[in-house]
Design a binder for this molecule. Structure first.
Ligand code: ATP
Length: 254
């Protein structure tokens, strides 16, 4: 994998009044990787991401996205990134095809709605309205909308929250496909199994600071090398394995 940095964050700080939510973080995201931002509630992940997405102003530090400065070139950055809309942004009575046409119009780009839906396994649902989709289908659709402007980088904020185990796996597969297609993916999640399976590298944030940054494998090895051992003996299978065996692995199962 190429190690070219596509996002460079240096000494980023963000204060809300007297409260400093981000306390001088520095990190790089490489081209074509899945980069995870992890950390407890309130750690400063969303604040950091929204500054990179040019949706919030920083207090101090510097951020470049694909060589573009977030202050001077925010409009150009918006053209090359894909951000998930909150569900409220989807007109509930429009069909998926109509919604993709609408977003393409907003981005001022050409997009083939059926091709976009095919990418996320929703071509069967092209006549469905957003409100008629299941939770997993809504998340997949929301990923399709981040891809409309053929972005270099997409940002996914807790994309699998609330999904069943199979739908989560389907979404991981989709996110890997997006990465393999050449797009850098920045993701937040509270599921550590997801970060372990999906992310090439993760940064762990706590109280506005990055306290670890490496591949999941290296972080696990570092912990094991300190003599750490799990307290409980782990069984050869989990209840999740039982669930997946019982309910099948089919994409359509969702
Ligand atoms: P979560 O995992 O719960 O989504 P997070 O890591 O994304 O959390 P942020 O949303 O970045 O955390 O919030 C970091 C801190 O900044 C929190 O203490 C939050 O209350 C505070 N904060 C966030 N946005 C604002 C705002 N607009 N005004 C004031 N304080 C804010």
């Amino acid at each position: 994998m190429s190690k070219q940095p596509v996002i460079i964050v240096k000494n980023l700080r963000k204060s809300y009044g007297q409260f400093e939510a981000v306390k001088g973080v520095s990190f790089e995201v490489y081209e074509r990787e899945i980069f995870g931002l992890l950390g407890p509630n309130g750690a400063g992940k969303t604040t950091t991401l929204e500054i990179i997405e040019t949706l919030r102003e920083k207090s101090e530090g510097s951020v470049t996205v694909a060589g573009l400065n977030i202050e001077k070139e925010a409009n150009r950055i918006k053209q090359i990134i894909g951000v998930q809309l909150q569900a409220a942004g989807y007109y509930p009575s429009l069909t998926l095809v109509e919604l993709i046409r609408l977003f393409a119009g907003l981005y001022n780009v050409e997009a083939d709605p059926m091709e976009m839906l095919r990418k996320v396994g929703l071509e069967d649902k092209h006549k469905a309205k957003y409100k008629e989709l299941s939770g997993g289908q809504k998340q997949r659709f929301s990923i399709a909308t981040t891809l409309i402007n053929r972005p270099e980088i997409i940002f996914l904020d807790e994309p699998t929250t609330g999904l069943d185990p199979q739908a989560r796996r389907n979404l991981w597969e989709l996110i890997r496909q997006v990465r393999d297609g050449g797009t850098t993916v920045v993701i937040t999640t509270h599921y550590m199994d997801e970060a372990e399976q999906l992310c090439d590298r993760v940064a762990v944030m706590e109280s506005g600071q990055i306290i670890a940054l490496d591949s999941p494998d290296s972080l696990i090895d570092q912990l094991v090398s300190t003599g750490f051992e799990r307290k409980k003996e782990v069984k050869k299978a989990s209840l999740e394995d039982v669930f997946l065996q019982l309910t099948g692995h089919e994409w359509k199962a969702e």
